[in-house]
Design a protein around this ligand. Structure first.
Ligand code: UD1
Ligand code: UDP
Length: 381
């Protein structure tokens, strides 16, 4: 049984669902979604054409961590009461994954942790994700580590090596699937361009040589002052660089939208070169990322995807559990400090040498075969 509930988990588990479904003689594949995200989860299920067998539908507006934990824990107890899978697969560091792993443990169902071993070693950064993944790591029988470094993190926590398989990150499997789809299909390109236009951003503006900065943000530890500082910095940049477009597909969390309105006003349309749009479905987002020049984000998954597309990434966080792209020089931490964000984006826009240095395509996170490695490992057991 594969269990997931938020947008990034769905993107990273969808190719694994597809891989299991290729082996019906060996595996019965059951998909359970918690619905921790509703609309943003459903966007991904549609794109990958996945119909869940179980849907806990837990999302409430403005839910807190206790709400999500309690609803997933009791919801999964009931699902596991009805069907007892041989293994419960959870992903990464969301509250869905940790609460589902705990629910499985309570019924002595072995847990497989996909994207295991990422660490900042600071339990408040990112919060609550660092603690979530440490707890899931303690529970898991199978640890699917994306990189040798994540394997090393687990070994340092005394996880025995035979419980760890280095697989690459399944996000690269998902990304390759999308990039491949977009690359050869001109009709799809036209329809993605039209979809983006109706969403509020016309990519044909870029054909005249304009550049574009793509922005996302949603981390809980940045709520409040951090987000206000990020938004002020972005506003300053839009005024400093009228010849550059800034496109921000906004997360649906009200805590993300409030500071945006505080800084940019109630009406977010007609802001010149600043485009606030609704969250994009995955194909459109990857299409837009390919068209961007710089990515400014606090997202985890985007730190893994953008380097593969050769896009410099400025990460609005103080720590990262994904140091591989930092080491490769394509990702830089800028935190939420106003001056640091303004100066780092300006440097990339003004200094071609610095831009070229950061924009080389590297892919430390996988080769697109992570899902088949996970399936092969489980087939051995
Ligand atoms: C969650 C995860 C985070 C992950 C992020 C990816 C936890 C604690 N947090 O954070 O690790 O990086 O997802 O995006 O597991 N909302 C909607 N519709 C949606 C999605 C969200 O309206 O489709 C709104 C709701 O008001 C909801 C709120 O956003 O209550 C917060 O959602 P939640 O999943 O609790 O937190 P995220 O910040 O999305
Ligand atoms: N993404 C998307 N639409 C958007 C913004 C992001 O499909 O409008 C994708 C992005 O490509 C990545 C994932 O969502 O695969 C990242 O999700 P998010 O930043 O919400 O979560 P995180 O990775 O930080 O947990």
């Amino acid at each position: 049984m594969l269990i997931f509930g938020t947008r990034p988990e769905a993107i990273k588990m969808a190719p694994l669902v597809k891989e299991f479904q290729k082996h019906p003689e060996e595996f019965e594949t059951i998909v359970c979604v918690t619905g921790q995200h509703r609309q943003m989860l459903d966007q991904v299920l549609d794109i990958f054409d996945i119909q869940p067998d179980y849907d806990l539908n837990i999302m409430k507006q403005g839910q807190d961590l206790t709400d999500v934990t309690a609803r997933v824990l009791t919801g999964m107890r009931d699902v596991f009461g009805r069907v007892k899978p041989d293994v419960a697969l959870v992903h990464g560091d969301t509250t869905t994954s940790t609460a589902a792993a705990l629910a499985a443990f309570y019924q002595q169902i072995p847990v497989g942790h996909v994207e295991a071993g990422l660490r900042t070693h600071n339990i408040y950064s990112p919060w609550p994700e660092e603690m979530n993944r440490q707890i899931t790591g303690r529970i898991a029988t199978f640890n699917f580590a994306p990189t040798p470094l994540s394997r090393q993190n687990l070994i340092q926590e005394n996880v025995s090596d035979d419980k760890i398989t280095v697989t690459g990150n399944t996000v690269i499997d998902a990304l390759y699937w999308v990039v491949d789809k977009i690359k050869n299909d001109m009709d799809l390109n036209d329809s993605l361009s039209s979809e983006l236009k109706s969403a509020g951003y016309d990519v044909t503006r870029l054909s005249a040589g304009r550049r574009m900065v793509l922005i996302t943000g949603h981390r809980r530890e940045n709520f409040g002052d951090g987000f206000i500082s990020m938004c002020r910095a972005i506003k300053n940049l839009t005024e400093r660089y009228p010849e550059v477009d800034f496109v921000y597909p906004m997360h649906l969390n009200p805590n993300v939208r409030k500071p945006i309105h505080e800084v940019f006003g109630e009406n977010l349309s007609n802001l010149g070169n600043m485009f606030f749009i609704e969250p994009l479905e995955y194909l459109s987002f990857v299409y837009l990322m390919e068209k961007s020049d710089i990515v400014l984000t606090d997202s985890g998954g985007i730190q893994e995807e953008a380097p593969g597309l050769g896009k410099p990434v400025l990460v609005m966080r103080d720590t990262t559990e994904r140091p591989e792209a930092l080491d490769a020089g394509t990702v830089q931490l800028v935190g939420t400090d106003y001056d640091k964000i303004v100066n780092s984006v300006s440097r990339l826009l003004d200094d071609q040498k610095e831009y070229d240095r950061m924009s080389k395509a590297v892919n430390p996170y996988g080769d697109g075969l992570a899902c088949s490695r996970i399936v092969s490992k489980l087939a051995e057991n």
